[in-house]
Design a protein around this ligand. Structure first.
Ligand SMILES: [Zn+2]
Length: 197
């Protein structure tokens, strides 16, 4: 789950910013943020995301993408195979999940916000396919109705995850410590969402 929207960065060269890029025929989305290392990530739809520190030169990023080409293609194939196997939710599923989201979210927030010690500025249900939840810079939290295709214990985890982002707008060790404090078994719930259990 990728929660924090990328930080828009003004840099002098206008091609050197977050956004879609292409290296030797390989398309990827570059997301620059205040992090220390480069990371490659294959999304469930098979697309490639490169996370980069704010000022890593593009040639360094492109070199990494080139170097990891085999790995990227292998992961992409796996992601696409997995996506094909996953049944697509029907319109009835969506209606059912949206109703469930509306019914359950207020109670979940009420239950976990005091434990986290953070209250959202607002709650919205979205149709996002690539993320189950998000938290804006203004501390509005969003949840995808698709989250409610999973057992309720997964919705509980994503609620805790997004509430913890109100305290830590990143995935730093401090953020994960907070998640673990409120929900010690969160990793098990994460695995269910990732289709690993
Ligand atoms: Zn997150």
């Amino acid at each position: 789950m990728n929660i924090i929207p990328c930080i828009a960065v003004n840099v002098k060269r206008d091609n050197d910013k977050s956004g879609p890029r292409k290296e030797k025929g390989m398309k990827y989305t570059l997301i620059r943020s205040q992090r220390r290392t480069l990371a490659l990530e294959i999304r469930p739809d098979g697309s490639l995301v490169v996370r980069s520190p704010l000022y890593t030169p593009l040639r360094e990023i492109d070199a990494l993408v080139s170097e990891k080409r085999d790995w990227i293609e292998r992961c992409r194939r796996l992601a696409l195979e997995r996506a094909e196997k996953r049944p697509q939710p029907t319109e009835e599923d969506e209606a059912r999940c949206r109703a469930l989201a509306r019914e359950k979210l207020p109670g979940l927030i009420e239950r976990y916000a005091p434990l986290v010690g953070a209250y959202p500025a607002g709650v919205t249900v979205t149709g996002a396919a690539s993320r189950f939840g998000s938290c804006s810079a203004k501390n509005r939290v969003c949840f995808s109705w698709r989250l409610f295709l999973y057992p309720m214990e997964c919705a509980e985890y994503v609620v805790v995850h997004e509430l913890c982002h109100i305290l830590h707008h990143d995935h730093s060790p401090a953020f994960w410590r907070e998640v673990a404090r409120v929900m010690p078994d969160y990793e098990r719930r994460q695995r269910i969402l990732r289709g690993l259990e």
